[in-house]
Design a protein around this ligand. Structure first.
Ligand SMILES: [Mg+2]
Length: 189
């Protein structure tokens, strides 16, 4: 049996983030739009001023723990059923926090390699680039807004971890949690 190459987003997939739900609600209600969803020629917001960067850092700092499902991923890796990678769209100014998390995560020996968006590409472009470079079979993402883009530009199966706001959107590979993704992977390999 082939070892599946599986990529994981960091925030909202490997790390639990309570502000994520708030952000999705805010988007639905179109409040906080100037902060979170400034529309420019590129679809993803990049914080420019120091204040915006501080705020953005705070949002990411609210990722507060590693999802306990990581131990199930660890078993899948140990049984050589999957090779796991982290591909995070986090911009360069979040690198310090990214490395802090990696230090904790790497103790568990789950991920072969981890990548963050340190050249500040559009997060979806960065993910497409890495998914194709690593020739991933599967990538696990929580942000609905980029699922279609990843589907159009990669051959990987894009798994979507949904949320209470978007969960009615029809999609082939839709999961309610990382735990559900693991259960699916266990059956698959
Ligand atoms: Mg995410």
């Amino acid at each position: 049996m082939k070892t599946l190459k599986v990529g994981f987003d960091l925030d909202g997939v490997i790390l639990n983030n309570p502000l994520r739900t708030l952000r999705i609600f805010a988007k639905k209600l179109k409040v906080l739009k100037p902060i979170f969803f400034k529309q420019e020629k590129s679809p993803f917001y990049y914080p420019k001023t120091d204040w915006e960067k501080k705020f953005w850092t705070f949002v990411h700092k609210s990722s507060y723990r590693i999802d306990p499902t990581i131990y199930q991923l660890q078993s899948l890796v140990q049984e050589k059923k999957i090779d796991a990678y982290i591909i995070s769209g986090r911009y360069s100014f979040l690198k310090k926090d990214f490395n802090r998390w990696l230090k904790k995560i790497n103790r568990l020996n789950v991920f072969k390699k981890s990548y963050s968006n340190e050249n500040d590409l559009q997060p979806n472009d960065f993910k497409v680039k890495m998914i194709n470079k690593l020739k991933l079979d599967i990538y696990v993402e929580d942000n609905w807004d980029i699922i279609e883009k990843l589907n159009h530009h990669t051959k990987a199966k894009i798994f979507w971890i949904t949320n209470i706001v978007d969960r009615k959107i029809p999609y082939q590979f839709k999961f309610s949690s990382l735990k559900e993704v693991c259960q699916y992977l266990k059956k698959l390999v």
